[in-house]
Design a protein around this ligand. Structure first.
Ligand code: AMP
Length: 189
């Protein structure tokens, strides 16, 4: 099974993805983690994307699509993929559908974590104090939310039209959200 964890920045996608990995043998594909690893390694790619990420903008479709394409062969024999933070634009969503189709696969379900903007801002203020992630500063975070609303939210009707969208209350506590996701997945299988 391949699923997308969908939602605004700081909705809890990464946390829930990790729980699905340990519980179901799935593989988490987080383009944000891949890009942060590229920055940490000092690679050309890292140097290219660092400024964009810190300011809260979106990295080009071409770059993130290539990162995902590289990882798809590694999914064989696993419990499937959890796409976390990808796709973020319509072009990425269409490319993902095409890449999966050419491997005889598809997205089975899109779990949308619904969290309101005020709660996200509050969460991220705490996370910034705790972890100091550079793009969690108030200005960058506000740009990330704008990018979500402008470029990523249009994917909601895209997946709704495919009959794949399931909405989960992302305001609940972490365990409750995991329970809601498990319920949604068992309904879907
Ligand atoms: P994340 O960890 O998913 O919140 O991603 C952190 C940052 O990495 C984003 O604010 C973007 O700058 C960049 N990024 C991650 N995934 C994508 C994507 N699918 N498309 C464009 N930019 C991305």
């Amino acid at each position: 099974m391949n699923l997308i964890l969908f939602g605004p920045p700081a909705a809890g996608k990464g946390t829930q993805a990790q729980r699905l990995v340990s519980g179901r043998g799935m593989v988490q594909l987080s383009t944000g983690d891949m890009l942060r690893a590229a920055i940490a390694s000092g690679s050309d790619l890292g140097r290219k994307v660092e400024g964009i990420m810190q300011s809260g903008g979106l990295v080009s479709d071409e770059i993130v699509i290539a990162l995902i394409q590289e990882r798809l062969p590694g999914l064989e024999g696993t419990g499937g993929a959890i796409f976390d933070g990808f796709p973020r634009t319509l072009a990425q969503a269409e490319a993902l559908d095409a890449m999966l189709a050419s491997a005889g696969q598809k997205i089975d379900v899109v779990i949308r974590l619904v969290v309101d903007d005020a709660a996200l801002t509050q969460r991220v203020e705490g996370r910034f104090r705790e972890l100091g992630r550079p793009d969690d500063n108030p200005e960058s975070f506000s740009r990330r939310l704008d990018a979500y609303n402008r470029d990523t939210a249009p994917l909601i009707p895209y997946y709704q039209a495919q009959g794949k969208l399931v909405e989960v209350d992302g305001m609940a506590d972490i365990d409750a959200v995991s329970g809601l996701i498990a319920g949604a997945l068992s309904r879907d299988l």
